[in-house]
Design a protein around this ligand. Structure first.
Ligand SMILES: NC(=O)c1ccc[n+]([C@@H]2O[C@H](COP(=O)([O-])OP(=O)(O)OC[C@H]3O[C@@H](n4cnc5c(N)ncnc54)[C@H](O)[C@@H]3O)[C@@H](O)[C@H]2O)c1
Length: 247
């Protein structure tokens, strides 16, 4: 396969497993030079990084971050600047999916979800655009959700609101960063089989393709949005859900 991402460096939050790791693996398979897998689960991130580097030759670092902490995000991007010669691709994938009933969704629970899923993604964008502007090239891919389109299925109101906010923010970033050569898009996965959905009762009802999503179904779309082929696409939310919702 052509090494289309050779010379490119990426940072994936929530990269220890699930969709984030699958995205990093797909980019690495296509020749990516280096990637930081940043996750609150530092041990899993380091293990995944070692496995990915051994399998693909892409230079990989596993790194702790808590995206709800502005200081932790600053530390992560300082590490990225000190370690990689550039930052070309940011995948904002770290996320939580609470199922708190609306009556129990108090201020603290609301803020917890927002600070990870929405504010965390924003603060990562804010850091990532510094090197991207200097390079006049960047790709930012925000992992939103089908919940941003239709409200959550089993997830709480705060989850749908955080992902809806991320989708709206994606359009705003796209507008203001286009002049800097930075494309910002979102992916809205339907139900994907990961740790996040492992102990839930999602079924294939209402999915025309008759199956739940796999991480590689999402990873290929993320890689497309990170590639040169997406050069004239910005501010989009791509639905990847087996036909469950068509925008
Ligand atoms: N699985 C699905 O059905 C589905 C559907 C739509 C959207 N998504 C979104 O995809 C993204 C990835 O989810 P996944 O399905 O791969 O689940 P996952 O649980 O495997 O991945 C989420 C990752 O985020 C990390 N994380 C959680 N809080 C964090 C924090 N504060 N700081 C840093 N890292 C943190 C977790 O440790 C985990 O590795 C999430 O944003 C999720 O909302 C998932």
């Amino acid at each position: 396969m052509e090494k289309e991402f050779e010379g490119k460096y990426a940072l994936v939050t929530g990269g220890a497993g699930g969709i984030g790791f699958a995205a990093a693996r797909e980019l690495a398979r296509r020749g990516l030079s280096g990637v930081i897998l940043a996750d609150m689960n530092a041990e899993a991130a380091e293990k995944s990084a070692a496995e990915l580097e051994a399998a693909t030759g892409c230079k990989c670092w596993g790194r702790y971050v808590d995206v709800s902490s502005p200081e932790s995000i600053e530390e992560l991007f300082a590490f990225a600047a000190a370690t990689m010669p550039g930052l070309h691709i940011l995948v904002n994938c770290a996320g939580v999916c609470p199922v708190t009933p609306v009556e129990e969704l108090d201020a603290a629970k609301w803020d917890w979800c927002m600070n990870i899923n929405l504010r965390g993604a924003h603060l990562c964008v804010r850091e990532a655009i510094k090197p991207m502007k200097a390079q006049h090239w960047g790709r930012i891919i925000n992992i939103a959700s089908l919940a941003a389109r239709i409200g959550g299925i089993a997830s709480s109101v705060s989850y749908a609101a955080s992902k809806g906010g991320l989708l709206a923010a994606t359009k705003s970033y796209a507008k203001v960063l286009a002049k800097d050569g930075i494309n910002v898009n979102a992916v809205c996965p339907g139900v994907v089989r990961t740790a996040m959905t492992a102990n839930t009762a999602y079924t294939c009802d209402g999915i025309p393709m008759g199956r739940l999503g796999e991480t590689d179904d999402i990873a290929g779309v993320i890689a497309f949005l990170a590639s040169e082929d997406s050069r004239y696409i910005t501010g989009c939310g791509i639905d990847v859900n087996g036909g469950q919702y068509m925008s």
